[in-house]
Design a protein around this ligand. Structure first.
Ligand code: CTP
Ligand code: MG
Length: 430
């Protein structure tokens, strides 16, 4: 049995998503046995520690990936970290397969005793002032949460995580632009309970500011230093906003979800599977014409890829403004697929270009010269040019966009022949 929170409100779902004591003990003992093998392989002076949600007890039942950090002394150069963890891995688990990943920082991923393990090199630091690499704070985060999160709050963090997962809002990576595990923990600590958070969030107006460790209590305008709709000061580092990755759109979505939860106390919401690409296309298709763009997936790390996908989608959307686009969305499971919902597919042959008011004679004559080939007429005291439209159809406008995009410095700049653009009649073919 896990101790319940939320005044008994979501008891049935809590049993399904929160690991009980025996599962917690089991995960920690598996972690400990893996850590023991690593300890025997590290050079003198290195420490091996468990961080992340298994250490904090905030993992969802069954989502038991392990985050194991090797803490090096600051004397070890950054350029040695990669070779050091490879050496340690090969000594601790001879012959075992692993993957070397590199985002901004190197780490190894492997599987052991049925668990996915991330082995991350970091520096041992006493506080955030001495940070040398981006992941050094993780150990401080784990310590802070262990000290400040109660048993009831641990359950509430897991409820929050499963709610965010159901709506594809969990994760601080660029693809998601949502809430990290640590952000969930700090929100529950700051609002005391899951219900408390829902009540607060339902009336959030950006910017929302939390400072759980009171770093800025003596300052007048701490908000000016940070950007973004939600600012939650890292208790272990006053210079950092833990919610920096959250997009404005996802902030608003979270506010809507919290209102929904307060109104519909339905446990099933927490167990919903996030919508697939195909489901999103089907629901957008009810009110829009859908263009589907498919291209190969470039071999780059997710954060780089999704940074470029978001940029491309926002440029494409503004390029197609005459076709009244809705929100574009994408996935990267079968190549890159981008769905473009539009209200209009074909525009009139001509488009109007609004000119200057007639009394601005100099501007008017310049406008006449510039649009000599177009039809000109006056309306409401202004000169208007009626020009033949270059891209009457959404298809040709999208094609033109991608032929120009092929010149850009992006991993998504393909020759137009490698991009498939089609109007989607039947989403079930996806
Ligand atoms: N971390 C990291 N590099 C990785 C994996 C994790 O630096 N390859 C660090 C993160 O910066 C974070 C901590 O390890 O501080 C845990 O990360 P993550 O697994 O994303 O969050 P958890 O709190 O463990 O939440 P969960 O696994 O339940 O999503
Ligand atoms: Mg983790």
């Amino acid at each position: 049995m896990v101790s319940k929170s939320c005044e008994g409100m979501f008891d049935d779902v809590i049993d399904q998503i929160v690991p009980d004591d025996s599962e917690l003990r089991k995960e920690r003992s598996i972690a400990e046995s893996i850590i023991e093998s690593i300890r025997k392989a590290v050079p003198h002076g290195c420490e091996v520690v468990l961080v992340g949600s298994v250490a904090k007890g905030t993992f969802l039942k069954g989502s038991n990936d392990l985050d194991i950090f090797i803490l090096f002394d600051r004397k070890i150069g950054k350029d040695c970290l990669k070779s050091s963890i490879i050496r340690i891995m090969e000594k601790a688990f001879p012959g075992k397969g692993y993957q070397l990943n590199y985002a901004e920082h190197p780490y190894l991923r492997f599987h052991c005793l049925g668990r996915k393990v991330d082995l991350v090199p970091a520096y041992r630091i006493a506080n955030a002032e001495y940070i040398a690499s981006s992941v050094d704070r993780s150990v401080l985060h784990t310590g802070y949460v262990l000290e400040n999160l109660s048993e009831e709050q641990r359950v509430d963090v897991i409820l929050l995580k499963s709610l965010l997962k159901a709506y594809s809002l969990y994760g601080a990576e660029i693809k998601i632009q949502g809430f990290s595990g640590y952000l969930c923990e700090l929100l529950i600590i700051s609002c005391r309970t899951f219900q408390g958070l829902m009540h607060r969030a339902s009336i959030w107006k950006e910017p929302v500011f939390f400072d759980p460790a009171d770093h800025y209590k003596d300052e007048n305008q701490p908000l000016d230093r940070f950007k973004g709709p939600l600012i939650i000061i890292d208790p272990t580092d006053r210079k950092r906003n833990v919610a920096a990755a959250l997009s404005r759109e996802n902030f608003k979505k979270f506010v809507r979800i919290s209102r929904f939860i307060l109104k519909n106390k339905d446990s099933r919401t927490f167990l919903r599977k996030p919508k697939t690409f195909r489901q999103k296309v089907s629901s957008a298709k009810r009110r829009n014409i859908i263009y589907l763009i498919t291209m190969p997936r470039p071999d780059v790390v997710d954060d780089v890829l999704w940074g470029q996908i978001h940029k491309l989608m926002s440029q494409l959307r503004s390029e197609l403004s005459d076709f009244q686009p809705g929100k574009l969305f994408a996935d990267d499971l079968q190549g890159i697929r981008i769905a473009v919902p539009l209200k209009k597919d074909i525009l009139q042959d001509t488009e109007e270009i609004e000119g200057p008011p007639l009394y601005m004679t100099e501007h008017v004559s310049k406008f006449r010269d510039a649009h000599r080939s177009a039809g000109l007429f006056e309306r409401d005291g202004r000169l208007i040019a009626l020009r033949k439209r270059k891209n009457k159809t959404a298809h040709s406008a999208i094609e033109l966009f991608f032929s120009r995009y092929s010149e850009k410095d992006s991993h998504l700049s393909y020759p137009i022949e490698r991009i498939d653009i089609r109007c989607l009649d039947d989403p079930s073919v996806l």
